[in-house]
Design a protein around this ligand. Structure first.
Ligand code: F0G
Length: 463
């Protein structure tokens, strides 16, 4: 059989409230055209994020019932730590309530003015937590990272040449830690090759810089390596994951992605002295080291989720779902980042809506129309999220790309839901030149995409 099916059947269902276009237009107006401000009950297909939005398995729910809620020495922690050690090989395992809590603690310890922390591309909370300490977050993506149709999948890689040049010229002691994000969320969710992980590790080691993986989507990255990296094709997913982690000295993990849970995260490392300092701050702000901001049942569900995520049938289905959506969208004339990552399909809104200049937010225009047409909530990853307003001239500085991310929650939607999304795009494609631009009417000082208020504006005619 060639057909790849969802390798699960559905035992509990959550109804989707069907809404009319009029209702959705009203809801969007009330949300000031910011989809983060919508009530989730007004959304029919929610593709905002794959973070904490997945469905748990029967085994995970069962594990929650038998979890240990002890304040100290919980056996659910012992179980989680064992599973993490088995995957990563790191000695010290610290649970946290989500990925950014680990970022806050680690960069509070290692950041500060004058420090620079490189990465292939920092996720926005990672960048914000580094910059909050006064340190600089440096992105060094591969040279073809932004070439949306280059066929090479490993465009999530670090640019090793620029990393070497940067480390060679950095003042001694100015690089307290080096990161690598797998998969590279900010670059279309594309993977990092094992060769690049090894080269990054070697480069950091040569310059005496400790190396941590931001491994929120470690299993999805391993799937790519197992499918398409010479020397690794067909190797077991677990052995690939172990090798990925073996190259690094530690990891930061938001478990809301490949941990298959709705909340949780962890940080793991080998360095005893750093672990001692991490533990002190963990106690101060997250909780005792054997729960670190999670309940026993959260840790039990996470331990089980980490076991399930490397099931080859699950990852094959996950990849097939993204590929199905991306291929059908391209069939109806929608340009997408190719190949698609596993956690999302990214649409090139700037190419899809060429009549809307980047300053008038083509990605946001597409998100608003997707919602009004079919109740779909996607997320703009473009000028609204990463662009800035020039403080001197007041003019908009656009982002490098204007993408719309259709993020796929794990084990939640079926093929007919994707067919609904594809039909909505086909419908919009036929009348795309009528879509308006958007202007920001109220802008917060940072992370503006979450709370900005917007308004549709006509697009000036081309001369
Ligand atoms: N690192 C990466 C690569 C991420 O994608 C995220 C979150 C984090 C760290 C932070 O983890 O949310 O648990 O605090 N990404 C989500 C997203 C929010 O929608 O891509 P967190």
């Amino acid at each position: 059989m060639k057909t790849i099916i969802e390798p699960f059947r559905i035992k509990t269902v959550e109804p989707i409230r069907m809404t009319s276009r009029e209702e959705r237009e009203r809801a969007l107006r009330a949300a000031h055209y910011n989809l983060f401000s919508l009530h989730a009950r007004d959304v029919m297909i929610d593709l905002l994020t794959d973070s904490g939005t997945g469905a748990m398995s029967t085994e995970q729910w069962a594990a929650m019932m038998t979890a240990d809620e002890s304040y100290a020495g919980s056996s659910s922690f012992t179980e989680l730590a064992e599973v993490v050690r088995d995957l990563t090989g790191y000695r010290h395992v610290f649970p946290v309530h989500q990925g950014r809590a680990a970022e806050r603690i680690l960069f509070q310890l290692l950041g500060g003015p004058g420090k620079v922390i490189p990465n292939n591309t920092h996720f926005d909370t990672t960048r914000a937590n580094i910059e909050f300490t006064g340190a600089q977050a440096l992105d060094l993506p591969a040279v073809d990272a932004h070439d949306l149709s280059a066929p090479r999948p490993f465009r999530g890689d670090m640019d090793i040449v620029r990393l070497e040049a940067f480390l060679a010229s950095a003042p001694p002691g100015s690089v307290p830690i080096g990161l690598l994000t797998v998969t590279n969320n900010a670059v279309g969710g594309l993977p990092v090759s094992m060769a690049n992980i090894a080269a990054t590790a070697a480069m950091y080691r040569r310059h005496g810089v400790p190396f941590f993986l931001d491994a929120a989507r470690f299993a999805e990255n391993a799937w790519w390596i197992h499918r398409s990296e010479p020397g690794f094709i067909g190797r077991s997913l677990k052995s690939i994951v172990r090798e990925m982690f073996r190259h690094a000295d530690g990891c930061l993990v938001s478990a809301k992605k490949d941990g298959l849970v709705n909340i949780g995260g962890f940080c793991a490392m080998n360095d005893d002295a750093l672990a001692d300092r991490f533990r002190q701050l963990l106690i101060l702000t997250e909780g005792f080291p054997t729960y670190g901001g999670l309940s026993g049942r959260d840790m039990a569900a996470l331990a089980q989720g980490l076991r399930e995520v490397l099931d080859p049938d699950y990852l094959a289905y996950r990849a097939a779902a993204a590929q199905y959506l991306a291929a059908r969208l391209r069939d109806v004339g929608v340009p997408t980042v190719h190949p698609p990552g596993l956690h999302a399909v990214y649409v090139d809104a700037r190419a899809f809506l060429p009549h809307i200049p980047p300053a008038l937010l083509p990605g946001q225009s597409l998100c608003c129309e997707l919602y009004c047409t079919a109740g779909i909530r996607a997320v703009e990853i473009g000028t609204l999220m990463f662009g800035r307003t020039d403080p001197d001239t007041g003019s908009a500085i656009p982002a490098q790309l204007d993408l719309v991310r259709l993020t796929l929650p794990r084990r939640v939607y079926t093929q007919s839901h994707f067919d609904w999304v594809i039909e909505a795009f086909a419908d919009i494609a036929a009348r795309r030149s009528e879509l308006p631009g958007y202007a920001i009417r109220k802008e917060p000082p940072f992370l503006r995409a979450f709370t900005a208020q917007l308004e549709p504006v006509p697009v000036p005619a081309r001369v």
